[in-house]
Design a protein around this ligand. Structure first.
Ligand SMILES: O=C(O)CCC(=O)C(=O)O
Ligand SMILES: [Fe+2]
Length: 288
């Protein structure tokens, strides 16, 4: 009987619209037994005694095969007892900027630096214990004294806990006044902005670096900011925070290996196991 097209179910035959095959009409028990008798027998091969060829041959005939004793009970016990592991990422550079505010400059509008990560913050009454709220943390070092008059960074204390929709208010700002060499540290979620420089002759100079999570894209692209030679001339620790270290377990791999090894093949022997922890990598990275 030809399959019927359509969604209705026919007791004798129907066409499965989504899968495109027809369900045969109901058979008697005997008919089913006879039909089954024509099918190839499913083999059960023992992994301790069978050969690869036997498995391949059985697969060709039956399409599926049972392998007895495929995995030892000891191995299964080990798998079952395996502790769940959690990956962690070391921070990396988010951006590096020198902020020079010259006499006569206006105040910068208050903003959050996590904007580039499209954060839509929820209001929080206190900072969450898991410390996962922020995408970045910043460090402003005064190259010259930063004062209210010359444009010290304004920021709204507590605004790192505000919800996305709350607008910043200039009346609430504090000023991060710094002596040369002092630093102001701030979450990327904190509302802030450079101040107005009302002096006639003072530059307000800050050296700033933000760090972001190892698994986020860097705001400032470090890979093409420097040539390979310039990068190789940096300390290994700087190369790592510039983004060349893997974020565990294997985020950022290149050619199946750690970018630190690709950057400097003498740093490692062969392919680094992407699951290897950094300490064991350090051991293999010693020159012979
Ligand atoms: O110059 C300052 O004090 C802050 C500058 C700043 O926050 C920015 O440009 O994102
Ligand atoms: Fe900013």
């Amino acid at each position: 009987m030809a399959p019927r097209l359509g969604l209705g179910h026919d007791s004798a035959s129907s066409f499965h619209a989504s899968k495109g095959y027809s369900i045969p009409p109901t058979k008697t028990k005997e008919e089913i037994e006879m039909a089954k008798a024509t099918l190839p027998k499913v083999l059960a091969l023992d992994s301790k005694t069978c050969t690869v060829e036997e498995i391949v041959d059985a697969m060709k005939v039956t399409g599926g095969v049972i392998i007895r004793n495929a995995v030892s009970h000891d191995a299964l016990d080990l798998i079952e007892s395996h502790e769940k592991t959690f990956a962690t990422s070391k921070p990396q550079i988010m951006n590096t900027v020198c902020f020079s505010i010259n006499p006569g400059a206006h105040a910068q509008p208050l903003h959050r630096d996590d904007w580039c990560y499209q954060v839509v913050a929820q209001k929080a009454d206190r900072y969450p214990d898991d410390l996962q709220r922020d995408t970045g943390i910043g460090w402003f070092v005064a190259g010259k004294d930063a004062t209210f008059e010359n444009g010290a960074t304004r920021f709204i204390p507590g605004s790192h806990l505000w919800e996305h929709g709350r607008e910043p208010d200039d009346n609430l700002v504090s000023y991060a006044e710094l002596k040369r060499g002092d630093a102001f540290m701030m979450f990327a979620s904190c509302y802030h902005g450079g101040g107005a420089n009302t002096t006639k002759d003072q530059e307000r100079l800050l050296f700033s670096c933000f760090m972001t999570r190892g698994w986020l894209r860097q705001e400032e692209n470090q890979y093409i900011s420097f040539t390979r030679e310039e990068t190789l001339a940096m300390d290994k620790d700087v190369q790592k925070i510039a983004g060349y270290q893997l974020s565990e377990p294997f985020l950022g791999w290149v050619k199946s290996t750690d970018p630190m090894v690709v950057l400097d093949p003498s740093a490692g022997v062969g392919n680094k196991d992407l699951f290897q922890k950094e300490d064991s990598f350090a051991k293999t990275a010693q020159p012979a």
